[in-house]
Design a protein around this ligand. Structure first.
Ligand code: ZN
Length: 717
């Protein structure tokens, strides 16, 4: 009965050269990083990115998923850049599921910075065009430092020479720090000095609305009678705040920027907003005048003094030397600044140069950022471990004497593969160099000084978790034991995440697993709470929180497809597509019954995966549907029929997947465009009629309500 999977090799239109999709995804990320957004988008489309994402989402074979991870990472990163610049073309939903699955499968911790999934605002108009634009990046100061010319690596010297060509008087240059945070445009109220709106970077008037994170800020000195200020800031976290913040949350973050991002993407981020500091970069009045840099400090610096240097110089050699010296000084002081920077911004101030060069794409051509080379430190190897992931993949982790890189302390790094580990031939006590490029995890350089007196570090012969046999595949070893304990553990972790069970951090799950309180997915609903209370670190508050969360998911409406996805049957989308036609009971009774679905546009390959996944998850699924989710399972099949009876609401100016999910489970249909049949428009600020959609809704006589009002309505319905 199993069908043969057809593999179609699709030729890329109009091209005979053999470029793989994988290469194209990598290329699109490079283009996106360079600010070539249109080309990045084109390249993604050329590689049928939507198709690829859908395939990834519905793929259930762990090996296949694993093979796709690198490309998916490139896609997500590229999409994120497009998304921040209002150039996204993939539905939020597909992006979100792809991201969720990616995070669940990625073996090494993924930097949070990739995933700013805040409240995106489509209507956000940037009132201050002068504050728009991003920086070009230079990697070298002098042309002669640059031996990578062929790779298009830029230098400050060429940049200044280009500017000089347009200058009618000596070049005026401003050097300032390049803060490592999240870029924002703020609109400041002239009467109160409060932030009216704060929107993260976006060049098409679209960005993420972060106003709720700026309510603790008052720019007292910016209060005046005549005009509002527009301010470009970098939202950062100081090291002192980082320590308090990570203590409060009981977590550490890869770097200070990741900590900022963790607040931005948290649903209750406002609670931690006090740890954020906006650093003023540029300011303009709403009458269009630029505020001189020298008084920006006075007007907007909240608790730090900006370090900068402004000068005028007609001799080019002396000009370059000044730039060089400033950069060298800053680099030397970097460790003691108390916040993270990753370079120096070089700004040319001559108005004629600014006018002549203007902006190309998103990039202001009269500014560049010199980026420091990756911070790197030598340390010694202290310990070695191997972890087993959800797919059975073994990942080597090297522990070393603690080092501080760009503001945060690190004591271990993962190596990308067994092959890399083997080549390094490490002994305890060996000297290694760990480098840190702010957008990746600390990286162990391949070169080692073999001065360690300790024993050679060997790789385990058997799975460190279950003792099962290891199999070499490509550059890595895998545990092939189906019952490997760690695989169970990872299934529990995935289930908990997919179902959105809160107050149940990975660390907590691991602990309960080690203690035998959790053994597999069904055991989540049969935990021995009195035994849990005896454990060190499990107070009554914590245990009660877990208990009430588990209780909550047992009664709150749960979509059948979300349950299937959480058990790894298939991606949520495929499950939903299939379960629209068959009840869960039907497919559980006879998984092959779904084979008659072909007319509904679900590909055979997806059906096969669904059947395989279902068979693997059958035992858990039977238990959960019969014993746990007895009254709260929402069946997709029945829902299809009464689509018309749903209350249609339009969300505008924010994005809240939790609220969306909740309201959909209560019979609402949430859309983000089109007014047809809409009964309510839900907005962050329902009174803000400057937003087109709000004005239009009122015009049409549709009620506009706040998120809180809507949430209340949903919860009580
Ligand atoms: Zn194992």
């Amino acid at each position: 009965m199993t069908q043969i999977r057809k593999v179609t090799v699709r030729r890329l239109s109009g091209e005979n050269t053999e470029v793989s999709k994988e290469d194209l995804f990598e290329k699109s990320l490079k283009l996106a990083k360079k600010g070539k957004l249109k080309e990045a988008k084109k390249t993604l489309k050329k590689a049928s990115v939507q198709n690829y994402m859908e395939r990834f989402v519905s793929e259930s074979k762990e090996k296949k998923i694993d093979e796709m991870l690198d490309s998916v990472e490139n896609i997500i990163k590229a999409m994120k850049v497009l998304y921040e610049n209002g150039k996204e073309f993939i539905s939020d939903k597909l992006y979100d599921i792809t991201l969720d699955k990616f995070k669940a499968y990625r073996e090494e911790p993924v930097e949070a910075k990739l995933f700013i999934v805040g409240r995106r605002t489509k209507d956000a108009e940037h009132k201050y065009p002068l504050l728009r634009g991003t920086l070009d990046k230079a990697k070298y100061i002098y042309t002669r430092d640059n031996d990578e010319k062929k790779n298009n690596v830029k230098d400050v010297e060429s940049f200044l020479r280009k500017c000089g060509a347009y200058a009618k008087s000596p070049l005026r240059v401003r050097l300032s720090l390049k803060y490592d945070g999240v870029s924002l445009t703020e609109d400041i109220d002239r009467t109160t000095g409060k932030v009216l709106s704060g929107i993260s970077r976006g060049d098409d008037g679209e960005g993420t609305d972060l106003t709720h994170l700026l309510q603790h800020i008052t720019y007292k000195n910016a209060i005046n009678e005549n005009f509002n200020y527009g301010l470009k800031t970098e939202l950062i976290m100081t090291q002192a705040n980082y320590e308090a913040y990570s203590k409060e949350r009981g977590k550490t973050y890869a770097n200070l920027r990741s900590a900022v991002v963790s607040i931005i993407s948290a649903s209750k981020g406002a609670k931690y907003a006090k740890y954020l500091t906006p650093v003023p970069l540029y300011a303009v009045t709403d009458t269009g005048e630029e505020v001189p840099y020298s008084i920006i400090n006075k007007l907007f610096a909240t608790n730090m003094n900006l370090r900068f240097k402004e000068f005028e110089e007609s001799n080019f050699t002396r000009l370059l030397a000044q730039v060089h010296n400033f950069i060298a000084e800053v680099r030397d002081d970097r460790a003691g600044l108390g916040f993270a920077i990753d370079g120096v911004v070089v700004d040319v101030l001559n108005p004629e140069v600014r006018e002549a060069l203007g902006r190309t794409g998103a990039i202001n051509q009269y500014q560049t950022a010199y980026k420091f080379p990756p911070d790197s430190v030598e340390t010694t190897v202290e310990h070695f471990e191997v972890t087993v992931g959800r797919t059975g993949l073994l990942t080597p982790i090297i522990f070393y004497a603690p080092i501080t890189l760009n503001g945060t302390v690190h004591n271990h790094s993962t190596l990308s593969s067994y092959e890399r580990f083997e080549k390094m031939n490490l002994h305890l006590g060996d000297t290694i160099r760990v480098s840190y490029n702010h957008d990746v995890m600390p990286y162990v350089e391949p070169t080692v000084r073999h001065n360690g007196q300790g024993p050679a570090i060997g790789y385990p012969d058997d799975c460190p978790s279950c003792g099962g046999m290891l199999v070499r595949e490509g550059a890595n070893y895998f545990c092939k034991n189906k019952d490997c304990t760690v695989k169970h553990l990872n299934k529990i972790i995935y289930f908990v995440k997919a179902l959105g069970i809160k107050d149940f951090a990975d660390g907590t799950i691991v602990r309960l697993y080690d203690e035998g309180i959790l053994t597999d997915v069904p055991s989540i609903f049969n935990m021995n709470y009195s035994a849990m209370l005896q454990l060190d670190g499990f107070g009554e508050t914590k245990v009660n929180k877990i208990k009430s969360e588990i209780g909550r998911v047992m009664v709150e409406p749960l979509n059948d497809y979300d349950l299937c996805n959480a058990l790894g049957v298939s991606g949520a989308k495929t499950c939903q597509q299939i379960l629209q036609w068959f009840t869960l009971q039907d497919v559980m009774r006879n998984p092959y019954s779904v084979c008659t679905i072909n007319t509904a546009g679900v590909k055979d390959a997806k059906l096969n995966k669904f059947i395989d996944g279902l068979t693997d998850a059958m035992k858990d699924l039977q238990y959960l549907t019969q014993e746990v989710f007895t009254g709260n399972l929402v069946h997709s099949k029945n829902n299809v029929e009464d689509e018309s009876s749903k209350i249609k609401v339009l969300f505008t100016g924010f994005r809240d997947s939790e609220l969306k999910k909740l309201s959909e489970s209560k019979g609402y249909k949430v859309v983000d465009s089109g007014f047809k049949g809409v009964q309510y428009v839900v907005a962050s600020n329902p009174h803000d009629t400057s937003k087109k959609k709000i004005a239009k809704a009122l015009d049409k006589g549709i009620e506009v309500i706040s998120r809180a009002e809507f949430e209340e309505k949903v919860r009580t319905s």
